[in-house]
Design a protein. Structure first.
Length: 160
């Protein structure tokens, strides 16, 4: 039986676009002799961080949980995740809307809407979202793994 499950959080589209845009600007900065070398190195480091970081939650059978921030798979920050043990786990579909007025990425439109599958722990009146993903099958598989490991009932609200 599994002792822990890692739930990798999806990276926002804005972060991917900004990282790629900065990376694409580096060759132009290299050609232009007016830019100091320090600026080019800073741009490269920033784009590598934006494109390479990942946030994931590690849920353990003994419920000693952690949030990991990794850079290309190597943990650079690990923080205790203080959440209540769930009474049940719910899987449901949700739409997330946000204004898109952030710098040059606003060319994508004024609002972004993401339809995602959500896995959420519920304990009394509290809840904690452990995963947002765009694939139903992966979401239900992860929820079932969590339910089996923690011995907690799964509610699939997408079937209602």
């Amino acid at each position: 039986m599994m002792k822990s499950i890692s739930l990798k959080q999806p990276k926002p589209l804005k972060v991917k676009i900004l990282g790629a845009l900065i990376l694409a600007l580096i060759p132009f900065a290299l050609v232009n002799n007016e830019n100091p070398f320090f600026q080019i190195v800073t741009m490269a480091i920033l784009s590598i961080i934006l494109l390479g970081y990942t946030v994931s939650y590690q849920i353990k059978k003994d419920f000693d949980n952690y949030k990991h921030i990794t850079l290309f798979g190597l943990t650079v920050w690990k923080q205790k995740l203080d959440i209540d043990f769930p009474e049940y786990i719910s899987v449901f579909s949700a739409s997330y809307k946000q204004d898109n007025e952030w710098g040059t990425v606003s060319a994508l439109g004024t609002r972004i809407e993401n339809k995602l599958m959500v896995i959420r722990f519920f304990c009394q009146q509290k809840h904690f979202t452990v995963l947002k993903i765009n694939n139903y099958n992966k979401a239900i598989d992860k929820a079932n793994e969590l339910g089996e490991m923690l011995n907690v009932k799964i509610y699939d609200a997408t079937k209602e």
